[in-house]
Design a protein around this ligand. Sequence first.
Ligand code: 4NP
Length: 160
Amino acid sequence: MIKVLFVCLGNICRSPLAEEVFKHYVQKKGLENKIICDSAGTSSYHLGENPDKRTIKNARNNGIELAHKARQFNVNDFEDFDYILAMDNSNLQNILKLKPAHIDKCEICLMRDFDEVAKASKDVPDPYFGGDEGFQEVFEILERANSKFLDHLLEKHQLM
Ligand code: 4NP
């Protein structure tokens, strides 16, 4: 089983959406028995909460239902997952600070490493303090990046 974890700050906007968008692509390929995923936040701000109402609404408008309760990223995740994808560089740095030197099992990278139209900044922009258009921008980035990330896994693990 290949295990993937998506990480943002609050685990209520970007990463729960990344998780569902990715799951959607995995299901389309019939690979649910080979690839599983989860999401987490580097902060404890929203523990146990549902995704942000604006994220739920935007996802629904795009045909995706969210069912995640926010949880905090922790050191066990370095052993439990094969891939950890951070939504932005600040989250990536916070993840790397927690990584025990002796655990080198998982690959840690940025979600937008897989976005072919990523601009100079490889951050998935944080939509929390902005307007509705920010949520749609995040959705479109996550669609592009997750489609390519799944292609990467299929090739690397010879799943096709
Ligand atoms: P997320 O967005 O990291 O994509 O879930 C945020 C959610 C909450 C906060 C910041 C970003 N906050 O400051 O509470």
